[in-house]
Structures are given as structure tokens and as C-alpha cells.
Unconditional design. Structure first.
Length: 319
């Protein structure tokens, strides 16, 4: 048995930046904010101030309890709010939504009822909402982190005008989790246990009686979620997509490093690829050292990386 006190200390020190905690208001939107609601879920449409919109962009957030602004209990970045405002300034309508169990809908959802398939259905419903509301305007998908996989899967069926994958995984989540765990100062016996649980999930088997200190990763509902998520290879799924795509990877992303985007573009070379050298996982400019960059996960005053929005608008303007 793993000593609970040892694992708890490691988790408390290190887990802010892990995948499952991805992921405060800062400034008012430059455009007009309009509430949006479907099926008990809530979001914000941000409209450009002037002119005919160039397109509509549905934001799909990363893993964990991330709200429409890009914030979660372990991370306050405002990155999706900032990105939505910036793209509205550039002439696009953006829709940012609260995931089931977050924001205004948090009280209405039992965490045990949150599933991978459920998230996918929710985003499909938001996409259809936008298509009906703006029938003559191209609709794009922008997925961050895990949201990039949802955007990829949706694009196989719904054929948006294009997809933008920001900080996307290029490997199955079991591979990524193991690499993230190796980077943490776990005792060898704890790391062995964690890897064994991950291997069982990959084989679609759950593990009972997980130490309480590991519930942050392996609570029963999270195990069920991971089992589904692990079945998707992001690179193989992207190769099935026929609409235009842009992959954006941060060179200083300690959670999903550039090798992920590189694998995606090798497997699906018809897409465009942009690596932003000094951008981290939460889309901010930070030092290369992961420990030094951790402050950006709770600094909503820190601006987006200045190269991010131009990379997106270049792709969109070419459509």
C-alpha cells in the first residue's frame, strides 16, 4: 500500500499544472456580450462591435471543470475570455460555454453523470445552435487541450468551416498521463501503482480501493471517463477529418509539449501547423522552466501570448 501522507504531499505541491486540473473577470469585452442557453447549459456569445461578422467560433474547453472563461477550481487564467474578446475584436462572433457541472450549471449536474459522450453531445448541440442562429455565416471549432479532441471528433461528422486545435494532445491520454506522472517527484512505489492503474484503464478495467490521496486522478467517475478517452488516438482521428485545420502548439508547454503537435502534423499533413516558441499550456508567455511558469496558472492579469491571435486570424482569413 502507498503511504497516503507521502502521495498527498506530492499532489499538493505539484498537481496544479496537471492535465486534469486544466485548466475573475479582467476586462469587459470589446464587443457585445449576449447570454446563450441550451439544454440547461449556459454560455456567452460575444459579437463584434462593427461590420458583418467574418465567422462564428465555438470554443471547446480543456479537461476538468473548466468554465466559459477558461477557469477551474485549481486555475484562474481567463484565457478563453481573453481569446474570445480578441477574436471578437478581429471581426468574429465567439461562443464560450460552461461545461456541464461548471459555472451557472454546476448545481444541476451530479459529477458521476459527467461522461465523455455527454460532453461530446453538449458541444454538438452548441454547434447546431450556432448553425441555426447564423445560417449564412461559417462556423469554426476551436478546441483547447482535450477540447481539441472533441473538435476533431465533431469535424468528422458535422463539417465545420474549419478547426483550430490549440495545445492539442498528439498521443493517447494514457501515454500523456504516464509522462506527466514521471515528471513528478513520486516515490517509485507510488509511480508504479499509478502506472498500473493507467494500464488497467487502457484495458477498460477499473481499480477499486484507490488511496484517497489519488482520488484527484482516479475517483470512480474519473476512471470511467478515462477509459473512454483512452480509446481515441488524436492523430488517427485527425487524419479522418477533411475540413481545413490549424494546429497551434506552445514551445514551453509542460503539459502537452511540441512533440504532440509534431505527431499530429506528421499523421495529418493537410493541416497547418504553428509552434509558438515561448507559449505555455494556458496560452501565456512564460519562462521555459516549468516551476517558474506555474504562476501563470493563477494570474488572470497576464495577457495572452502576443503571437496566438495573429496565428488564428491568419488561418481564418485564408478561408
Amino acid at each position: 500500500m502507498i503511504p497516503d501522507i507521502t502521495v498527498t504531499a506530492v499532489l499538493r505541491h505539484c498537481f496544479t499544472a496537471l492535465l486534469i486540473l486544466f485548466i475573475s473577470l479582467q476586462t469587459a469585452a470589446a464587443g457585445k456580450n449576449i447570454p446563450a442557453e441550451i439544454n440547461g447549459l449556459n454560455g456567452t456569445l460575444t459579437l463584434p462591435e462593427n461590420g458583418t461578422p467574418k465567422g462564428v467560433i465555438l470554443f471547446i474547453a480543456g479537461s476538468g471543470p473548466v468554465d466559459r472563461d477558461g477557469n477551474s477550481p485549481g486555475s484562474q487564467t481567463d484565457n478563453l475570455r481573453m481569446l474570445g474578446d480578441a477574436l471578437s475584436d478581429a471581426g468574429y462572433i465567439t461562443l464560450r460555454t460552461d461545461k456541464a457541472g461548471t459555472g451557472a450549471g454546476a448545481a444541476a449536474v451530479n459529477p458521476a453523470d459527467i461522461t465523455f459522450a455527454g460532453y461530446l453531445r453538449d458541444y454538438q448541440a452548441w454547434f447546431e445552435f450556432l448553425q441555426k442562429r447564423y445560417p449564412d455565416t461559417p462556423v469554426y471549432l476551436l478546441g483547447h487541450s482535450e477540447g481539441a479532441l472533441f473538435a476533431t471528433l465533431m469535424a468528422q461528422q458535422h463539417k465545420p468551416a474549419g478547426i483550430i486545435l490549440v495545445s492539442p494532445a498528439g498521443y493517447t491520454i494514457d501515454i500523456i498521463l504516464k509522462k506527466q506522472m514521471r515528471a513528478q517527484p513520486f516515490p517509485p512505489e507510488a509511480l508504479t501503482y499509478i502506472n498500473d492503474v493507467i494500464d488497467r484503464l487502457k484495458a477498460e478495467k477499473t481499480t477499486d480501493n484507490v488511496p484517497p490521496s489519488l482520488n484527484i486522478l482516479f475517483a470512480p467517475e474519473l476512471q470511467r471517463y478515462f477509459m473512454v478517452w483512452m480509446q481515441y488516438d488524436p492523430a488517427e482521428e485527425l487524419a479522418k477529418v477533411t475540413v481545413p485545420g490549424l494546429i497551434i502548439q506552445g514551445g514551453y508547454d509542460c503539459q502537452i509539449p511540441p512533440e504532440n503537435g509534431e505527431r499530429l502534423i506528421r499523421t495529418a499533413p493537410d493541416n497547418q501547423y504553428a509552434e509558438i516558441a515561448t507559449m505555455n499550456h494556458v496560452l501565456k508567455a512564460t519562462p521555459a522552466d516549468c516551476a517558474a511558469a506555474i504562476g501563470s496558472y493563477n494570474n488572470p492579469a497576464l495577457a495572452l501570448h502576443p503571437e496566438l491571435v495573429p496565428a488564428i486570424t491568419r488561418f481564418l482569413s485564408a478561408r
